[in-house]
Write a new protein. Structure first.
Length: 120
């Protein structure tokens, strides 16, 4: 299954191979993350949705929200009336869908560095 098959990207990942385990040569080395195109485990989806439902707002950093798994969280926040802020260069799926966001049209790295340096 390709849960995020709705996203279109120009890069060719057809030749990408996950490296094998150098210790046992049987398994593969794969961090506990969801790679682009992988299916998000059901439990992780539920945890993410519960986090949105318990949040006071949502911050999106460095994502166009092209894939449904991330967009559905922002859509849920919108339906709950939560404020949504986006740090991203370029239009996001949320904006194209008519969801109002507070937008910082900058690269994520410098924005996060500036935020980290602020005394809270």
């Amino acid at each position: 299954a390709n849960a995020d098959g709705d996203a279109e990207i120009e890069a060719d990942f057809a030749g990408f191979e996950v490296p094998g385990c150098p210790e046992c040569s049987e398994g593969m080395i794969k961090p506990d993350v969801v790679f682009f195109g992988d299916v998000v485990p059901e439990g992780r989806k539920q945890e993410a949705m519960e986090a949105v439902e318990g949040a006071s707002g949502v911050l999106v950093v460095g994502s166009s929200l092209a894939v449904l798994s991330s967009f559905r969280l922002v859509d849920a926040a919108h339906r709950l009336g939560l404020p949504i802020a986006v740090v991203n260069v370029g239009e996001t799926r949320a904006e194209r869908s008519g969801i109002t966001v507070t937008k910082v049209e900058e690269q994520a790295g410098p924005v996060l560095e500036a935020l980290a340096a602020m005394p809270f």
